[in-house]
Design a protein. Sequence first.
Length: 181
Amino acid sequence: MDIVERIVLSEEQIQTRVQELGQAISQDYGDECITLLCILKGGLMFLCDLAKHITSPVVYDFMSVSSYGDATQSSGVVRITKDLEESIEGKHVIIVEDIIDTGLTLSYLLNNLHSRNPASLRICTLLNKEAHRKVEIAVDYVGFDVPNEFLVGYGLDFKQLYRNIPYVFVPKPEYYQDQVD
Ligand code: PRP
């Protein structure tokens, strides 16, 4: 694709790591049922691939928590645009995210979800951009630590596009000039 400046994580690298994460989660939870809580829309591709490698029983639920809109910087404003369908009280929940950047979204989510009294609440993110953190977040499962650059693909969008691309890439600057810090 013309927009691709550089591939950061290949499809093969991602699939290998996702399999490892699924195996680690299966070992940790055994026969306990896990609620995989996908944060839309970015977490969707990761959820689908990750779930294939989890041998523990799983159920899915979904939330939309928007902090960015179509902009490429966090506004710090978080709002729930779609809430869970099932109660998570007494359930073992793993939040499935594509990326943790400033941590603002998850900080809000963790507070919100803890108040619903799950049996346990963990975080699984494919990408962890620690250098950009504004609030500290303890992450339980991390696919890859990534540097502070604009990443697109495998769930991560640019103006809602490219979420379906099976690898993670840096776009050419001319596509996003003046839109990213
Ligand atoms: C992205 C990502 C996380 C959040 C991380 O979602 O999926 O939810 O930003 O950023 P933070 O750590 O700085 O809060 P976004 O709001 O862009 O929605 P999307 O998943 O629909 O792309």
